[in-house]
Design a protein around this ligand. Structure first.
Ligand SMILES: [Zn+2]
Length: 351
């Protein structure tokens, strides 16, 4: 949230969109309900209460203009405005609308993102997403929904990787159509999502001068560390999503060189069961892919989108140094830490 040392003059500011102003009896209002930032102001004059309440519904007007309309004293306006700025409730009135790709110009996403970061009401975060690139490999139900979620959230470029045919089991989640069955997944998904998100850039190959910011790989039954050798050597963050028998495991979200990698995960699994490498070989050779069940698919796609966007937005994903396990019937993600394995050369211990 905003710090007191950088509080701008409140006159140029407006109340942050998405922050409700609630009456708590005479002379007292509450801003927000989230325990991370909600604020109670008490000892307010009637005019000040009316000013703050009106500011929540006239967010196009600056706090100063609304204060003048409600005849709030200048000194009190500055005093209260500084407090609100210090607590992250004020944002600058935008001089121009940033170029964002999120659905509806970010109207649904920006107020929420603006509550998390002091970034001008979420629009700066959305504008940054518009120049980011994400790869999605494995385009069954989970990968297809993930690509749609990332486009909705305003990611600029999505690279789709999967030339296997669309299966009837891929249908029913709003991505593929019946007529896509039997045709190549990446091409059909690009056609379907390209029509829904025309300003998003869709591609199927990378260029050396425009490498991905993150790659998500949806894998059947098991993930092999060799899959990520190139991404590791190029330092590209990546997230495996592994579809099991009645579960999906996301992670670890690998930040190469700083968090546990997929080889670390396998080394830990081998420490726990020396037969694990043999099982991996057999699992990788099984002919039939596990079904991407409805609840597991939508949950995994949403969780994967959350991990990718957290990274793009500059925060550490929950699956960095951990795996998120979702099992049926609960369908609740459980986090299990994954430390860097001492025998794996992927991370350098801090000196
Ligand atoms: Zn490792």
């Amino acid at each position: 949230m905003a710090s007191s040392s950088t509080s701008p003059e409140p006159a140029a500011l407006r109340l942050r969109p998405g922050a409700p102003v609630l009456g708590r009896g005479p002379g007292e209002v509450q801003l927000g309900t989230d325990s991370r930032w909600s604020l109670v102001l008490s000892g307010l004059a009637d005019a000040e209460t009316r000013w703050l309440t009106a500011s929540a519904t006239t967010q196009h007007a600056s706090l100063e203009r609304t204060a003048a309309r409600h005849r709030v004293e200048d000194e009190r306006r500055r005093e209260i405005g500084t407090l609100l700025a210090d607590c992250g409730f004020l944002v600058p009135s935008p001089r121009r609308t940033p170029d964002v790709l999120a659905t509806a110009g970010g109207a649904a996403d920006a107020p929420v993102l603006g509550a998390l970061l002091p970034d001008g009401g979420g629009m700066v975060t959305l504008a940054r997403r518009a120049v980011r690139r994400v790869g999605v490999s494995g385009l069954g139900r989970i990968g297809a929904m993930l690509a749609a979620h990332l486009a909705t959230a305003g990611v600029g470029t999505l690279v789709l990787d999967d030339d296997s045919p669309v299966q009837v089991t891929d249908l029913g989640t709003g991505t593929y159509r019946q007529t896509d069955v039997g045709h190549r997944r990446a091409a059909r998904l690009e056609a379907a999502l390209g029509a829904r998100y025309p300003r998003t850039a869709w591609a199927r190959t990378w260029h050396a001068d425009a490498l991905p910011d993150v790659v998500v790989a949806v894998c059947d039954r098991v993930v092999r560390p060799e899959t990520f050798t190139l991404l590791m050597s190029a330092g590209i963050p990546h997230l495996p999503v592994v579809v099991g028998e009645a579960d999906v495991t996301l992670g670890p979200f690998v930040l190469p060189g700083s968090t546990a990698c997929t080889a670390c995960w396998h080394r830990h699994a081998t420490d726990a069961d020396e037969r694990w490498p043999e099982l991996v070989d057999q699992l990788a050779e099984l002919p039939a892919a596990p079904g991407q069940e409805t609840v597991l698919s939508v949950t995994a796609a949403a969780l994967a989108a959350g991990q990718v966007l957290a990274h793009l937005d500059g925060t550490r994903p929950a699956a960095a140094g951990a795996v998120l396990e979702v099992t049926l019937p609960e369908a609740v993600a459980r986090t299990r830490p994954v430390e860097a394995h001492p025998a794996c050369p992927c991370t350098v211990p801090p000196r």
